[in-house]
Design a protein around this ligand. Structure first.
Ligand SMILES: Cc1cc2nc3c(=O)[nH]c(=O)nc-3n(C[C@H](O)[C@H](O)[C@H](O)COP(=O)(O)O)c2cc1C
Ligand code: SF4
Length: 517
């Protein structure tokens, strides 16, 4: 009997030696005349256990990890192919609490299927959403998305249904779907995990979007730092064309949708949707004025849907199970699930997909296991480099767009980076200004010049120079950035800067909050 063994091909697992582990397993099986079927699956997202090797048994999949090449002989000696006991044995994969407590809708197949196999995708409910969509009018597809309550997962949380409706109702002989796969936020990797672990779900989501709004061309704008995603997407796009899921007449419906991947050159600002379109048009990534909205005049001046990877990858399940099904997860105006990414100083970093409504504390301690250093967690930055720093007193905040807005913070793309008590928050504030300075596209003055001046002011504060003058000056500058910037790069840099100053005044040489005012 052939035994199936899974070793992830996700970049995270590859960095930790997954390829060498896979080769060693094949070699050892051959030496022992054992017939195995090796599948390179996506990562389950439990990074401290990678490379996570799984074996298919009649009781379910059994996990071992983290496995290094030198562990492989002992795994065979321990009969791991029949769930033998071994120091690295973790039991049934589905029973690992970190996984068991999740609610995986968008990530339902990631880690389970062979991401390169269209057959496996179809066998696990793949393309059911597209088949339903092909039987609906564009307006009815958009209605499902609107009913689901899905809001953009790229950062701004704009309702996806409203965006699609604008493109649907804007007459044009050509419309476009762009998938924003620039994933520039610190501590985020959910886009990458989808593209490497279940690329067909993104292709299906984009195809549904195209059919819904009447767009016949799609582009995935992918950051060049993701070579494995690039390979996985291109291979899956070819397979989708061969099987009739892309092209001139999708599944014989007469509806056309073409798709290709374009690589970005690595500027953070090219994740901003209008710079992204400039870059796609072959120009320097410079932010455009809005209006006009991209939904009305976007790529090459045509109506364009720009959505994040996770937004688009959430569409197939909405069209498969209905908008109401998706909407039943979550709280308030934050509907559905969010793939949260834990990073930084944590024992158990990884991907956690959960309905909105979990607390930060649960994520950091129940899932994350507390700091890796064993020291108290002093601050977390949520939502990438433009997100606020939150102190321990705010760890009971619910993961919900409105709850975060109420404490002057953002959820962004769902990345959480933890810092222990050795972090210097004044230095982090200085770094935020430096980041803005380095990544500024230069189009507007508050950001182009303000970020450099902001860095200088914080450097003066760190040196203890004239705090009575420099603290109000920093606040005044942040106010100008907040209100006078053309886009959120300059407009949100005050979030990390002021949250650091307000919550951690001692790090700025100030006795308390009153002095920080
Ligand atoms: C400086 C900056 C960087 C951004 N980077 C990204 C990014 O890497 N990925 C992304 O999806 N959205 C990013 N966005 C948000 C996009 O402009 C846009 O809101 C998003 O792609 C829309 O998709 P959604 O509605 O599905 O979230 C960025 C915005 C700004 C201001
Ligand atoms: S805020 Fe910065 S990045 Fe945004 S348009 Fe202005 S200069 Fe460019």
């Amino acid at each position: 009997m052939t035994i199936t063994v899974y070793v992830p091909c996700d970049s995270g697992a590859l960095c930790l030696g997954a390829d060498k582990v896979a080769s060693k397993i094949v070699e050892e099986a051959k030496n022992r005349n054992i017939d195995i079927n090796l599948i390179r699956n996506g990562s389950r997202g439990l990074f401290w256990l990678e490379p996570l090797v799984e074996v298919s048994t009649d009781k379910g999949r059994i996990a071992y990890g983290p496995v290094q090449p030198h562990d492989v002989v002992s795994l065979f000696d321990a009969d791991f192919l029949t769930a033998g006991t071994h120091p690295l044995a973790l039991g049934l994969t589905d029973e690992i609490p970190y996984l068991k407590q999740q609610e995986r809708l968008t990530f339902a197949r990631v880690g389970i299927t062979d991401p390169a196999s269209l057959g496996d995708y179809l066998a696990h409910d793949g393309y059911r959403g597209l088949k339903n969509a092909l039987a609906l009018s564009g307006a009815n597809i958009v209605k499902h998305v609107t009913d689901s309550g899905l809001r953009g997962r790229g950062g701004a949380a704009f309702p996806t249904g409203i965006k699609w409706n604008t493109v649907l109702n804007t007459a044009s002989e050509q419309k476009y779907i762009i998938c924003n796969a620039d994933e520039g936020d610190s501590g985020t990797y959910s886009d990458r995990m989808i593209m490497e672990g279940d690329p067909f779900v993104l292709i299906e989501g984009m195809t549904i979007a195209g059919i819904a709004v009447g767009a016949t061309q799609g582009y995935i704008y992918l950051r060049c730092e993701y070579p494995h995603s690039h390979k996985a997407l291109n291979a899956s796009i070819s397979k989708a064309y061969e099987a009739g899921y892309l092209g001139d007449s999708i599944l014989g419906s007469g509806k056309k949708f073409d798709l290709e991947v374009r690589l970005g050159a690595g500027a953070y600002i090219c994740g901003e949707e209008t710079s992204l379109m400039e870059s796609l048009e072959g120009k320097r990534g410079l932010v455009r004025f809005k209006p006009p909205l991209p939904a009305i005049s976007g790529l090459f001046g045509k109506p364009t849907v720009v959505n994040n990877v996770i937004s688009l990858a959430s569409v197939p399940i909405i069209l498969d199970k209905g908008g109401e099904y998706y909407k039943n997860f979550g709280m308030g105006r934050s509907r559905g699930t969010l793939p949260i990414q834990l990073a930084g100083n944590l024992k158990q970093p990884g991907l956690i997909e959960l309905a909105f409504g979990v607390t930060l504390r649960e994520l950091l301690y129940d899932f994350g296991g507390g700091s890796a250093s064993g020291r108290p967690i002093k601050a977390v930055q949520v939502g990438g480099p433009l997100g606020a720093y939150l102190p321990e007193s705010q760890f009971d905040t619910l993961v919900d767009y409105e709850a975060f807005a109420a404490i002057w913070a953002v959820l962004g793309h769902g990345g959480i980076v933890a810092f222990d008590d050795t972090v210097d928050m004044a230095e982090m504030a200085r770094y935020s200004m430096e980041f803005c300075k380095i990544e500024s596209c230069g189009k507007c003055t508050p950001c182009r010049i303000g970020s450099t001046r902001g860095m200088e002011v914080i450097e003066d504060i760190i040196k203890g120079h004239d705090l009575n003058k420099n603290i109000p000056l920093l606040r005044d500058l942040c106010n100008t950035l907040l209100n006078g910037s053309l886009c959120a790069l300059g407009g949100m840099t005050p979030y990390p800067v002021l949250s650091a100053l307000n919550h951690f005044p001692a790090d700025f040489g100030i006795a308390d909050q009153a002095d920080a005012a």
